[in-house]
Every structure is written in structure tokens, then in C-alpha cells.
Design a protein around this ligand. Structure first.
Ligand code: F6R
Length: 260
């Protein structure tokens, strides 16, 4: 069962996740981070950047793999996930850009880029901690409903709903690419620790389906139920459709060690 942790703010979620990542890097200076984009992980990157600024540790050997990338955006496009990861995580955390990989969104290579990305993750020894957001469709990464739990990095077609949600980053919805390269649900399952964050009422259905719903490829987030080490950090609004709230609170209050 996932550990479900309630927070009263995104900042508090960021502090919890950042503490876990910091202690991972102290234990393993060449830790491999799985990096999500979008709005959800921003508080994690901000809290980790603040912690590193206040009390620096060596992050020069930390490696990172982005979850996904749009297909077909020109190199250097400000909303390509290569640009977003650089802006939101690599620069503020002081990571070495040479250590950070993002799936290729070059249309010319989409049939092979997934295999190359999987090989790179394996060569790095796998992802130690994967940061995840969740979409309103229930996607993790860009694994839209119907994605196989065995899927690896490959090209996917974004739903109209996801494109509409992400239109806020583009001049119009028509500018949001239709295709992406995304780590598969099988790729995500191979990471050693998953930290899934969600905030706001619009994520409540997706969180309930992921944490407590039937395990089904129609609800891709439910893949977390197949993973042995998952932490779900949610605010009250995102948690509002969970059934076992009391038990999650009780378990957190009586956790035998501090932190996630
Ligand atoms: C991002 C990703 C997506 C987002 C999800 C939620 O790399 O793979 O699964 O995590 O779409 O997006 P936000 O956080 O913007 O609500």
C-alpha cells in the first residue's frame, strides 16, 4: 500500500520530498533522480534548491532522467521539457546539465528514441527516486488511459483533455503537440521509490483511482499499487475522494521514523 501523507500546502509537500531527496544524495552522491515537469513538482525543486543554498552538499555527480518530452517542438523551444527541466530543476539545483537526460522529441528518431532512453536508464543503474505528478485523465508520465503496465519509453498520443490542460503553457491549444515521448508505466515501476504529489480538487478523482481504485490500465495512476515503495503526498482537496483517510492519518502519525 502506498504511504499517503497529507499536507496543508504545496510548500510543505516540497519540504518533505526535498528532505528525502537530500538524504538520498548524501547516501548516494551519484543518485539518479526521475524528474517530472508541469506545475506539481515545482515546490519540490524550490524546497530542495533552498535546502542546498542554506546548507550545500555536493550534487555534481547527481544524475537525472526526465519523464517525458513533447514530439516536434523545435530545439530550445521554451516549453520543451528539456527547457522546462533546465529552468525548473537543473539550474536552481545546480545540477550538471551533462548528467541530465530527456527523451528525444525529434520526429525523425521517435521509433528508436525510446529504446535508447531505456538503455541509458539501465546503464545509469536505474532511477532511485521518481517524482510524479498526475493528470486529470489519471496519466502518470504521459501514459494516457489504456497504457500497458508493461510499457517502456515510447511515443504516445496525448488526449484532447491533456492538451487542453497544458494549453496554459502555449499560445493556444492548437500549439500543444499531439505526440510525446514518455517513460512507460513499466519504466516507472522499475524506479526504486515513487513520490507522487497532487494538489487541488481537480486531482481528487485521479488520486482516488490511483490509490484505492481497481488496478486497471484505464486508470494509469493505479500502477502505483503494483510498486513496493510509494509515497503519495496530497493536500486535503486532492485527498477528498479517498475512503481510508483515517487510516492514512493514523499510520503517518505513528510512523516509526520521521519523514518519508
Ligand atoms: C510531467 C508529466 C505529467 C504531469 C501531469 C500533471 O512530466 O509527466 O504526468 O505530472 O500532467 O501536470 P501538472 O503538474 O502540471 O498538473
Amino acid at each position: 500500500m502506498a504511504e499517503v501523507v497529507f499536507v496543508d500546502s504545496e510548500a510543505a509537500a516540497g519540504t518533505l520530498a526535498a528532505a528525502s531527496i537530500r538524504s538520498l544524495i548524501l547516501r548516494k552522491p551519484d543518485a539518479v533522480l526521475g524528474l517530472a515537469t508541469g506545475s506539481t513538482p515545482l515546490s519540490v525543486y524550490a524546497a530542495l534548491a533552498a535546502s542546498l543554498a542554506a546548507d550545500p552538499i555536493d550534487v555534481s555527480r547527481v544524475r537525472g532522467f526526465a519523464l517525458d518530452e513533447y514530439v516536434g517542438l523545435p530545439a530550445g523551444h521554451p516549453e520543451s521539457y528539456r527547457s522546462v527541466i533546465t529552468r525548473d530543476a537543473v539550474v536552481p539545483l545546480g545540477l550538471n546539465p551533462a548528467n541530465i537526460q530527456v527523451p528525444s522529441g525529434d520526429p525523425a528518431t521517435i521509433r528508436t528514441a525510446g529504446l535508447d532512453y531505456e538503455a541509458a536508464i539501465l546503464a545509469a543503474g536505474g532511477v532511485d527516486v521518481q517524482i510524479l505528478g498526475i493528470g486529470r485523465t489519471g496519466h502518470v508520465g504521459f501514459n494516457e488511459p489504456g497504457s500497458s503496465f508493461a510499457s517502456l519509453t515510447r511515443v504516445k498520443t496525448l488526449t484532447e483533455k491533456t492538451r487542453a490542460d497544458n494549453a496554459r503553457f502555449f499560445p493556444s491549444v492548437d500549439d500543444v503537440p499531439i505526440h510525446c515521448m514518455t517513460q512507460g508505466l513499466g519504466t516507472i515501476l522499475r524506479a526504486r521509490h515513487l513520490i507522487l504529489l497532487a494538489f487541488g480538487p481537480e486531482k481528487a478523482d485521479a488520486i482516488a483511482a490511483a490509490v484505492e481504485g481497481p488496478v486497471s490500465s484505464s486508470k494509469p495512476g493505479s500502477v502505483i499499487q503494483l510498486h513496493p515503495h510509494v509515497t503519495v503526498i496530497v493536500d486535503e482537496a486532492a485527498a477528498s475522494k479517498l475512503d481510508n483517510l483515517d487510516y492514512y492519518r493514523y499510520a503517518w502519525a505513528h510512523k516509526p521514523w520521521p519523514g518519508i
